[in-house]
Design a protein around this ligand. Sequence first.
Ligand code: NAP
Length: 310
Amino acid sequence: MLTILFAARPDSWGEYEAPLNRAVATAGFTEFRVVTEAPPAEVDYIVYAPNSDLQDFSGFPRLKAILSLWAGVEKIIGNPTITVPLCRMVDTGLREGMREWVTGHVLRYHLGMDAHITGAPGLWDPVAPPLARNRTVAILGLGELGAACAETILALGFNVTGWSRNPKSIPGVTCFDGEDGLIDCLSSAEIVVLLLPDTPATQNTLNARTLAAMPRGAFVINPGRGPLIDDEALLAALDNGQIAHATLDVFRVEPLPADHPYWHHPQVTVTPHIASETRPETAAEVIAENIRRSESGAPLLHLVDRSAGY
Ligand code: NAP
């Protein structure tokens, strides 16, 4: 009997129970149970969300892997009680959602929707936006989500550049890597999208120096993680016109505190960490596939590299 412990917010069990049972059965298992409580000595796998009450993994002698429901692992990667493989979530639903959210916000800036939709009689300004092919969008982070967004933005005709830790080759996308590569990437970025993980190396990727490297009047879209941006530097760049507007979905403290300047800044749009989320049906298939792999001795998918931090 395989015991799969679901350790996430209790209110998410209702949407995961049936998909997980279905997916594990479809993966070929007959002797299994997916439960929210079990004696630790009987648990083989933990399906995990970092906002679960479970934080100590030391008392699970049979545990073979922790399968995270979240793409970002910054809240668990440093947990010293984790001694088994940790897999993060790569989910088609998560990817589709991020493509849609990023595309919508890129188009809002590209088309100047705010100015043109909320215009008034005295503000008749018949200047058409440039074509996408005359606009450069930079995607920082060319992983599962960043590469998918780059592909979609590229298909709309934009010039797309991207930046990653290791060199990348994505047809149609001008790829940069390394520290110098960041400045080269940002120097033409009229719109920048942050899809980096939160690691010690990525914190404050956008700071006074890198914001200054962007073309004046550029736009910032952050669906990655709050610590990727030096907030003081961004506020200063918004105030002095270096950055025209920012759309921020993620913050150092969430929910964003009521007194945070972002709430009331006229050039900032705040969204409440909704850019994309794991979808139970498709995520359950990823979890089941990893259990199948683990039980048959095959390499796990989406293993977290603890030395790199993501
Ligand atoms: P991923 O596949 O691990 O991709 C991460 C990308 O960042 C990779 O291209 C990686 O480079 C690059 N990177 C990492 N460290 C770097 C560094 N020091 N310098 C330059 N590039 C670096 O992750 P993902 O699945 O695309 O997810 C990205 C992030 O999105 C997650 O970590 C999470 O924080 C965020 N997210 C947010 C939401 C939301 O609703 N707001 C939802 C899901 C995810 P290499 O390719 O060279 O490894």
